[in-house]
Design a protein around this ligand. Structure first.
Ligand code: C2O
Length: 485
């Protein structure tokens, strides 16, 4: 690629279907990378292992094949950053290097120098196909009749329909996360934030940022699916990068970061040096030449500049502009890097989710802190912490109210179980504490109040499994707490 030129990452559904040259070269590049052995840092499997790897979950394991040395695996594999404020920048570096490796493979095959990873905008309300995989990810063969590496058979056994449609509904791909004004989540604040909690380099334990939860996690488990003890590649940290869909999913997540930054009212990226410089925790990779490199968020804030040189075809704000009326409005008004929301109620014991619907009631105390004096009604957050399971499992919908059939308008949010069994496993690289999510339910509470259906002394919730849970899953929500801000 000519020096200084910028690759344009395009909406995959805006390309010619099924075989726009971008998609055909994508497939041919994947085949070339897949032909390389796992010990080669430029191979398909090594690249996926950077995100996560476990021999017992490796579908391509060959008896007797050699892996990179134990010290290299320790240093460079199983690095994915979740439930962390490094979620976005770490995955940006991961994609940037991968895109260059794939692009180099395409050039070696005689393809264009400016190939760029397309993104999958499943939230595009103007596209009736938005939630389906494009035909290039469904077709059995390339135009020349060779097998299509963008199609994975197992996707169609567990998650995706034969025609490519993915079991996602509007709420699963909601972009409400863009309304959060603050990037950094104080893990003890009880509130939500766009980018994730301030953490060291690791994942697991604290709550996820709102983008990481929805749409990110929902898309993972909807594409991956699960069945018995088994799960599709996209459902687990250790296998997600083996699915070509992973990359165009994360290109969209990376794009949404730029969309959020461009929104009026967005609080911008963290300015803390602990984040910018990833103090003591620079991201370790081998670059497209195989050379050892380290990166920090400050190195990749401008995607058009060194080292990755790409931009998106659009980062226009997809949400309608909201004119704030009385009350808390639709946007979070606070600019609260460190404000604490007041705890007003919590469950007393872990909640096993063993039936399709589980109901719990939480006694609420009167707020005594700033939420009491505030002139505007408080914002209300549900904290769902330490969600654990022994096996891959479904998404769980959380509704306010516990009587009769849950109403769609009372849907507080969806808890994606992406990586749940690894996050629950104390022996795993970043595991032990399970998954934690925070849901902002202010708008629902305001409506219940308006309808005379709000009880200030008790909050009832219904957990509804999106699919059959499967036997012996052992899905448990460690605690639920309610916070006012
Ligand atoms: Cu590191 Cu979508 O995952």
């Amino acid at each position: 690629m000519a020096n200084g030129s910028v690759r344009t990452r395009r909406d995959v559904w805006s390309l010619q279907q099924p075989w726009d040259p971008i998609l055909e070269w994508y497939a041919r590049g994947v085949t070339a990378m897949r032909a390389r052995p796992i010990a080669d840092p430029l191979s398909w499997r090594y690249q996926a292992a950077i995100h996560g790897y476990h021999t017992s979950l490796d579908p391509y394991r060959q008896p007797g094949e050699s892996l990179p040395s134990a010290s290299e695996r320790q240093r460079l594999w199983n690095q994915c950053q979740h439930s962390s404020w490094f979620f976005l920048p770490w995955h940006r570096v991961y994609l940037g290097i991968w895109e260059r490796i794939l692009s180099d493979a395409i050039v070696q095959l005689g393809g264009p120098a400016d190939w760029a990873l397309p993104y999958w905008n499943y939230s595009d309300a103007t596209n009736p196909n938005a939630r389906s995989l494009p035909p290039a990810f469904v077709a059995a063969a390339l135009p020349d009749g060779t097998p299509n590496p963008l199609r994975l058979e197992q996707r169609f056994r567990m998650g995706v329909e034969a025609d490519g449609s993915v079991p996602l509904d509007d709420s699963d791909v909601s972009l409400d996360c863009l309304r959060d004004r603050v990037f950094t989540l104080d893990p003890n604040s009880g509130t939500t934030a766009f980018g994730g909690p301030s953490t060291l380099f690791s994942h697991g334990g604290g709550p996820a940022g709102s983008l990481e939860q929805t749409p990110h996690g929902n898309v993972h488990v909807a594409v991956g699916g699960f069945s018995g003890n088994d799960a599709g590649l996209m459902s687990r940290f250790e296998t997600a990068g083996l699915d070509p869909v992973f990359w165009m999913h994360h290109a969209n997540i990376d794009r949404l970061w730029d969309v959020w930054l461009g929104r009026a009212g967005s609080g911008g990226n963290p300015t803390s040096l602990d984040w910018l410089n990833a103090t003591g925790a620079r991201f370790r990779f081998r670059d497209h030449t195989g050379a050892d490199k380290t990166y920090a968020p400050a190195d990749v804030l401008d995607s058009k500049a060194e080292p990755f040189h790409y931009a998106y075809d659009t980062i226009a704000d997809p949400l309608p502009v909201v004119v704030a009326g009385p009350g808390p409005g639709l946007e979070s008004l606070a600019t609260r890097e460190s404000a604490m929301a007041e705890l007003v109620g919590a469950t007393k014991a872990p909640i096993p989710l063993s039936s399709p619907t589980t109901r719990v009631g939480i006694e609420l105390a009167r707020p005594s802190g700033p939420a009491l004096e505030s002139l505007t009604p408080p914002r209300v957050y549900l904290n769902l912490s330490n969600i654990t399971a022994k096996r891959p499992t479904t998404r769980v919908r959380v509704y306010l109210g516990a009587h009769g059939e849950p109403r769609e308008e009372d849907l507080a949010g969806t808890l994606p179980m992406f990586g749940v069994e690894t996050a629950s496993d104390a022996e795993a690289p970043h595991g032990g504490s399970g998954l934690s999510y925070v849901l902002d339910v202010t708008r629902i509470v305001e409506r219940l109040k308006a309808e005379g259906r709000w009880n200030p002394e008790r909050l009832d919730l219904s957990f509804v499994a999106r699919d059959e849970l499967g036997a012996d899953v052992g899905l448990l929500v460690g605690s639920v707490s309610v916070h006012y801000e």
